[in-house]
Design a protein. Sequence first.
Lengths: 338, 338
Amino acid sequence: MEVTGLVTMRDVAERAGVTKQTVSNVVTGRVRVRPETEAKVRAAIEALGYTPNLVARSLATGATRTVGLFVPTVASSFYSEVVEEVENVLEQRGYHLLLCTTRQDGERARRHMAGLSSRNVDALLIAGDQDLADHLPLLADARFPIVLCAWETDAPVTHPVVTIDYEQAGYLAGRHLRELGHERVAVLASLPSHQDRLDGFRKAFARDGIAVPDSAVHVATDASAVGGFDAAVRALARMPEVTAIFATHDILALGALEAARAEGRSVPGDLSIVGHDDVAETRHTRPTLTTVAIPARDMARQAVELLLRSVEDERPPVNALQLLRPTLVVRASSGPAR
Amino acid sequence: MEVTGLVTMRDVAERAGVTKQTVSNVVTGRVRVRPETEAKVRAAIEALGYTPNLVARSLATGATRTVGLFVPTVASSFYSEVVEEVENVLEQRGYHLLLCTTRQDGERARRHMAGLSSRNVDALLIAGDQDLADHLPLLADARFPIVLCAWETDAPVTHPVVTIDYEQAGYLAGRHLRELGHERVAVLASLPSHQDRLDGFRKAFARDGIAVPDSAVHVATDASAVGGFDAAVRALARMPEVTAIFATHDILALGALEAARAEGRSVPGDLSIVGHDDVAETRHTRPTLTTVAIPARDMARQAVELLLRSVEDERPPVNALQLLRPTLVVRASSGPAR
DNA sequence: GTGAAAGCGCTAACAA
DNA sequence: TTGTTAGCGCTTTCAC
């Protein structure tokens, strides 16, 4: 049992007294080999510690068994779940993951894209529309299948998209508050990215003939707890009679919770607060946060599997829009309207 | 400007009326080429939309410009920062990132390791000792440089290690509590992984002749807020006179905060709580959490740069242990002992 | 079932 | 400076 390394198929062939080709047949298992020949070859492989060189194989076959994944960031519970789930599926099916984070930098995204196609990835999964939307045309005639996921705004029709029904998410939040009897509500939103969530929320109120006017929608200048705090303070100042707040992201809701405390409003007694995303923090706030959970892992799994099916069938993926359904998680921050 | 794809160096050479080699010289820029020849070649490249095939280049050169990264998970603020920082440096230096999450699964880690060496990565960075420690001997004679980081227990001497001075982290927490006059303290710990943090904590007390007995150390059965809650309840029951708690991880501290509330102890009035890691949640708790911040990004950057230097100099990395210094972040959960 | 030859697209060494 | 030859390690095609 020698050290791994420079041992090549040729070495194995010589030692086993056969041809490179026969070794290849044994290794890939694509062609039937006589048992005794196979035994000899396997013995030689074992003895020399042979490992196939995947780079050479890729050059010969044109396939790299590598999938590229674009995400805006990995430091968010949503995208980190996406990455993990993608990697789960890939690992299980024998593929490797080439990770590219785009970091709100379109130029960086473009560079990465060029790199990936030179590197002959077998497939590409693009999660998140933030940074890559503009560069999508570059991929118009890529030689490998591409699937988009976690696409929130204007899903392009050029590629299959597996994403969340964000409008439904907003609708669930709105319906929940309506069922609790809330009429005067405010929304803290990151716009334009969360427009669909807002639309869905409004739809739930519109069904009962209640409008959520633009004056009740407060844009968070900053997608952080501070941004949520500021927006909530503005909202409460503008409409003191508000009984509920929907934040289009949990982080904003965290800020809203702080704002309620600062303004001396009890939650949910005076004010109900509903978030979106179900990030880990929602379980540690006081009170715990009612929110809309989005099936990030399911979405990721659907997307990779679509992609790999396409790779293995050697035909483009079915070009469809697939919307995963979010669910409402009722915790302690929402209650009946006063 | 034709579509990207099957255009090869040969095509460019023919169109430019030169040899493949000349095209190669232009593309790589390693050899001087006469300006007018270069212009012709560049024109042909542009016209045909040629992109070099990196797989072929790798086979010829033996280098893939790809670095493998092992992390236990990506869904933690610590490791997601590591991943992002590693990717930052790699992107900037023209390398790609092959990400492997080990997920507490030694067998999975082993499979990944085999895959990576077949794939001829140029270097390997292993972050986190949880799953891979046992398999390290497999890498004893890898053909590429390896650096370990975020290694908490028993850093092996076989490879360079860039990690955090965890003992110092515990020491900082302990010294802080001592300076506030605390004498009777409890520790909530994930053991054995956080042994160093505990040792450092004890050292700070030992300096003043105060022992932190084993009976004051409560192992969290579960590395979660619930685990921290349970451990804190046990700690307070066992030693009601305790005035401070050190949790070896912020998540445990979150649970301790809940426990204090449940037991009717005010923080920091009756009880000071200090965490470790400075995760995002610490800024949203009530009160905000005093904790020890870990320079995850600095650590990651040091580690990759060490690795890439080794790749580029074509010699093994300097085998040293590098300990990054944590810092204390004083917030609202710690105060003078009663 | 196994062997021989050719080629994947590129770079490295040398020659011109 | 540029062209020629060889070869990276593997798979594919086609004889045998």
